[in-house]
Each structure stands twice: as C-alpha cells, then as structure tokens.
Ligand binder design. Structure first.
Ligand code: ZN
Ligand code: ZN
Length: 220
C-alpha cells in the first residue's frame, strides 16, 4: 500500500511524483467513485469508462432536461387531440395517443406500421428515437403500469372509446355508481367489481357544492 501523496515526502523513499501520482490518483478516484456510485446500476464503472470518449448523454442534469422536454406539449394534452388508444403489453391498460393535428394518410400508415413493429408499454415512447413520428404522435411518458387511466380518456369522443375501470382499465363488470354519489360529484369514473372487491372506490371529481342557505346567510 502506498502512502498518501502528502505523506510521502516524510519518508526515505523517493517517489517519482508525476509518473506515480497520476496512476495513483486514478486508482484513488476509481475506488472512491465506485464506493459512491456502486449502488446505481445505471452508470458504468469509472474503471470501465476511464479513458473512453464520453458524451453528455447520461449526465444526470441532462437526463432531467430530457425527461422534461419529452413530456407532451401542454396544448396537445387535451381531449380533442386524442387520436387513438394504445394498450400496454404488460398491464393491458389503454393509454391515449395524442397529436396536434389529425394524422395524414401517410402518417396514419406509418403509425399503424410502427404499432405492428414495436411493442408498447406504459411510460415508454411508441417510436424508436430515430422515427420521424416521434415528434408528431405522443403518449404520456410520466406514467407506469400502476398509473390509473388518464382522465382525458373519459371525455374523448374518438372512435373506439368505451368505458373502462379507472383503476385497472378493465371493461368488464363495471359497477353502476350509487345515486348518492351522483348527487355529490359531477364526475364519477368507472369502477369494476374486482377493484371494488380489493378495496378501491369510485374515483370522483368536482364535488357538488351543497346549496346550504344557512351558511350563505351567516356570511354577512
Ligand atoms: Zn402498463
Ligand atoms: Zn378495475
């Protein structure tokens, strides 16, 4: 074991500072980096990449920027821009497919072809990185198989839309919401028997304000 660089001058051995310390330094850096980053399986070991040409691609701040820029432009995330529904090959949930404009025939064909060529799963893009439609047709990327059905799905009038359970995406055995719930909420999303049995409830939005006159009067 070599002494730390700052202690070597106290010894009788003469070290060749440049030749030794660069290699040493490298080892020390490798050791420490690996100690720090060992738990992240994403990054290649420093030992492995040392001396190879690196890119910005996997720098954490860059990844964050990418993740943000990959999300769909806000103006596209609206019901009217839903062009299709796509099913995840893992969880089978239907996810909405958006595009700013209606697809041209060519785009439609290429889209269909892509669907046949590539499998889709929640959180992944539909197209490979070099596909031109990746700038035209979008799915949400900030989801995974645990995510419920998109709210916008339920207001979409795009052909092929049918009611599915908000939690699991199933279309079978949907429960009729009780009248009491209908009176309390403007939006009630479908719930299936299986999800209810496993303890899930109707997902609701827009609580109806009860027209309580006494509270109005007390507000003077
Ligand atoms: Zn999924
Ligand atoms: Zn369900």
């Amino acid at each position: 074991n070599l002494l730390a660089v700052n202690e070597r001058r106290h010894e009788t051995i003469l070290y060749m500072p440049l030749a030794l310390s660069i290699r040493d330094l490298r080892e020390t850096i490798v050791e420490r980096l690996e100690a720090v980053y060992d738990n992240t399986d994403h990054y290649a070991s420093f030992q492995h990449v040392y001396g190879t040409k690196t890119t910005e691609e996997h720098r954490p701040t860059y990844i964050q920027l990418q993740a943000k820029s990959e999300s769909i432009p806000k103006y596209i995330l609206v019901t009217e821009k839903i062009r299709d529904y796509i099913s995840c090959e893992n969880c089978r949930k239907r996810r909405c497919v958006y595009s700013n404009k209606s697809l041209t025939d060519d785009e439609q064909n290429d889209y269909q072809q892509a669907l046949e060529s590539y499998s889709y799963s929640c959180g992944a893009p539909i197209f490979p990185d070099d596909h031109y439609l990746k700038e035209v047709i979008f799915v949400r990327l900030q989801i995974n198989c645990d995510s419920p059905i998109e709210i916008l799905y339920y207001s979409s009038r795009k052909a092929g839309n049918y009611p599915i359970c908000y939690h699991c995406g199933n279309s079978d055995n949907l429960i009729t919401p009780p009248q009491s719930l209908k009176e309390r909420f403007k939006q009630i999303y479908p719930l299936c028997e299986i999800c209810q049995e496993s303890g899930r409830n109707f997902y609701t939005k827009g609580a109806v304000k009860t027209n309580n006159k006494s509270t109005k009067h007390s507000k003077k």
